[in-house]
Design a protein around this ligand. Structure first.
Ligand code: PSU
Ligand code: MN
Length: 310
């Protein structure tokens, strides 16, 4: 698909032109979600998992005044090494970072929008942003949610991290008309743990059924995402009560240090990763790869179902 601001890698472009499966990946998870060098290593490994699953990976970022769809290993290295000095780009930041020729790592919201411009329908990440704990006072609700209400790209995640208010996030997703489907189990996962104490609104047990649901949604003209929650593999699970004490500590540190706005999520992720001595990082990496396996399968199933471009 042509757009003056888009720069689509030739391999991705060709796959899209031939209606072959393509999976979008975000870049904030690389720059702000994990420490260097494991972030870059993970980004490359996740791309390989997608290839092994029969789809073409397209990591998305804003570089040199272009919305880049598909990055080479030098670009991934640069993003990963620059870490928090790269602009974290959500929807509102896109015009600024693009027109100022800044280096931008895209969040779930911005990645979805760019993927959609390029014609990609499946996006794999770790965890989405949502309604923060205490949002009744702070009004801190991620633009990921409002973007999922309007942009027709499915998001494969490991559920919602318990740094957020999971109950309120599920309520807000319902308000916005976003189907939330957990893969293969009844309970909604909470990123590091396969459960959250909340029942999943929907459950499906195969990639093909998820692809059929996406097709049905979009063919009815219901725009927006399908949020797929894929539980973390059990061998990498971190017990909820163990992670909870680290979350409370990180939330307290954030309050004490006056962390606000877009800094909140990266601060919490970094603090928890440091305080759990790497255990949470191992879980994080394992679940993203696990999501890549499912995302590739959904993308393949969806390409097979697609009779005409949506
Ligand atoms: N939650 C995670 N890992 C992440 C993020 C969220 O468990 O890496 C990142 C994603 O890029 C997400 C963003 O889109 O943080 C949300 O930021 P905010 O809460 O500021 O909207
Ligand atoms: Mn926020």
């Amino acid at each position: 698909m042509y757009h003056p601001y888009l720069l689509i890698q030739p391999e991705v472009q060709q796959a899209l032109a031939e209606a072959k499966p393509v999976v979008a990946l975000e870049s904030t998870i690389i720059s702000h979600g994990m420490p260097y060098p494991r972030n870059v290593q993970t980004a490359l490994e996740v791309e390989q998992v997608i290839r092994d699953g029969g789809a073409v990976p397209a990591t998305i970022a804003i570089l040199d005044g272009k919305l880049c769809v598909g990055l080479n290993s030098d670009q991934l290295e640069k993003l990963g090494k620059s870490g928090h000095s790269v602009w974290k780009v959500s929807l509102r930041d896109m015009p600024y970072v693009l027109s100022q020729n800044l280096m931008g790592a895209t969040t779930v919201a911005a990645t979805m929008r760019i993927a959609s411009m390029a014609g990609i329908r499946v996006f794999v990440t770790g965890g989405i942003g949502g309604v923060h704990r205490g949002a009744e006072d702070s009004m801190d609700i991620s633009a990921d949610l409002t973007e999922m209400a309007q942009t027709s790209v499915s998001v494969v995640s490991a559920g919602v991290k318990s740094i957020l208010d999971i109950g309120r996030t599920l309520e807000y997703l319902e308000t916005l008309g976003i189907p939330v489907v957990t893969f293969g189990q009844d309970s909604f996962p909470s990123f590091y743990s396969s459960s959250s104490g909340f029942h999943s609104p929907l459950r499906l047990d195969s990639a093909m059924e998820i692809a059929s649901m996406m097709k049905a949604k979009w063919e009815m003209g219901l725009n927006g995402s399908v949020l797929v929650a894929n539980p973390v593999p059990s061998e990498f699970e971190v017990k909820p009560e163990e992670i909870e004490k680290h979350i409370l500590k990180a939330l307290d540190d954030a309050n004490q240090s006056g962390i606000r706005g877009k800094e909140v999520t990266p601060f919490l992720l970094k603090t928890i990763a440091e305080n759990t001595g790497g255990e949470s990082l191992d879980a994080n990496i394992a679940l993203v790869k696990n999501n890549a396996v499912l995302g590739a399968a959904i993308s393949k199933a969806f390409s097979g179902l697609r009779s005409s471009p949506l």
